[in-house]
Design a protein. Structure first.
Length: 88
């Protein structure tokens, strides 16, 4: 699925190819679901999506979150112990 993204801070617009899972994750965040990154007791990072409607949170693939960050769609607020991702 193709998506266009206008650049920030002088960057030029570019086309980004998203997988179905990445597009679904981006759509969920756009709808108001909250994407968080937390560390487990052994130090591993785990990404969870917390639906706005109160449904149980669920784990999402790290590679999908990282792809959206690299593409400039989302960024972390870098808070500890649970960072929240925001739309750019």
């Amino acid at each position: 699925m193709a998506a266009a993204r206008a650049g920030h801070a002088g960057r030029t617009a570019h086309a980004v190819r998203l997988t179905h899972a990445q597009q679904a994750l981006l759509d969920a965040v756009r709808r108001g679901d909250v994407l968080k990154a937390q560390r487990t007791l052994d130090g591993a990072k785990q990404h969870t999506l917390h639906p706005l409607d109160g449904a149980p949170a669920y784990t999402v693939a790290d590679r999908d979150v990282e792809a959206l960050v690299r593409a400039g769609f989302i960024a972390s607020n870098l808070k500890f112990p649970a960072a929240t991702y925001v739309l750019l």
